[in-house]
Design a protein. Structure first.
Length: 313
């Protein structure tokens, strides 16, 4: 009888490579996604708040510094510099894109600052007074080192004054009237109501405080889920249950900021010996990160470590 041939299982060479790639992604994705979220928030604030404010400030400053002196008809076309009787110095703008001599003039200090090689960054010199003044304002007063701190201070001050105004009686009446107008707009009121519920939940001074972490058999008996007690529930439910009831938020993985709100009997709640942070770590990690005091065998190890040795007598 010929001997049986036994098939040898060869290790799949792609598995170690795949595990290494997955492990690398697990390490790099959290900081990478954090950076992406902050960059997205920063760009959104810049596009919809900072940039319009900066553009408005630019227009105001250009209108303020523009002295209205734009032409000197008596100056020959081959001269690029002129000094008035008052001592004011002006410089002719460069040629037009079509090669014609530019008839517009700007103050010498404006021209000198804008045309510095360090400020041009390889860009052509502006050929219009408006563009020249806008570039001058950007270089003189609207640099990021000035705009960001000033904008931050003004924004915080504006929010403070708005908060004080809305806390007053007249401010509350005005805001109530505005919300009534918004409530009459068919499409806008739906979006506004949803956004307002989220912002009220985040910024309200009476935010929900999670009193403790519990385990509850949800969604059915035999399946345990972590829950966060938010307070006492409704009176009618307590009357129907014939005992006190609790409002519990059941967070979902891996985003614990969403979940289900349920009401349970107080006797059905199993108090957990973990903190709120440990509960969130457990939920975000989909059960991978377990609190040290909840690891099987941890209590026995602690008891053995704290037990008196034979040398202690």
């Amino acid at each position: 009888m010929p001997p049986l041939k036994v098939k040898q299982k060869h290790a799949n060479p792609s598995r170690p490579f795949r595990r290494a790639v997955v492990r690398g992604l697990a390490v790099i994705l959290p900081p990478l996604l954090t950076i992406v979220i902050f960059v997205w928030v920063g760009r959104t604030i810049y596009s919809y708040v900072l940039h319009p404010v900066q553009t408005g400030a630019q227009h105001v400053l250009v209108w303020t510094i523009d002295d209205g002196v734009s032409m000197f008809p008596d100056v020959p076309l081959d001269r690029d510099f002129v000094k008035t009787e008052n001592g004011d110095e002006y410089h002719r703008l460069p040629q037009q894109p079509d090669g014609r001599t530019n008839l517009q003039w700007v103050p010498e200090d404006v021209y000198e600052l804008v045309t510095r090689p360090a400020n041009l960054h390889g860009q052509p010199i502006p050929t219009s007074r408006r563009a020249m003044f806008e570039r001058y304002v950007d270089l003189r007063w609207l640099t990021p080192q000035i705009v960001v701190p000033v904008f931050t201070c003004i924004f915080i001050l504006a929010m403070y004054l708005l908060g004080k105004f809305l806390a007053a009686k007249m401010g509350r009446l005005a805001w109530t009237a505005l919300e009534k107008v918004i409530d009459r707009l068919p499409l806008i009121r739906n979006v506004y109501t949803s956004v307002k519920q989220v912002t009220d939940f985040i910024f309200s001074e009476s935010n929900i405080e999670y009193t403790r972490v519990i385990a509850v058999e949800y969604p059915r008996k035999g399946i345990w889920s972590l829950g966060l007690v938010t307070g006492e529930s409704m009176l009618d439910i307590a009357s129907a249950a014939n005992e006190p009831v609790l409002s519990v938020l059941i967070p979902t993985s891996p985003a614990p900021f969403t979940g289900y709100t349920i009401t349970i009997k107080r006797s059905e709640a199993l108090d957990m010996n973990i903190t709120i942070d440990q509960a969130f770590q457990f939920i975000v990690s989909c059960g991978v990160v377990v609190a040290p005091q909840q690891i099987p065998g941890a209590k026995d190890a602690d008891a053995a470590a704290n037990a008196p040795s034979s040398e202690d007598g």
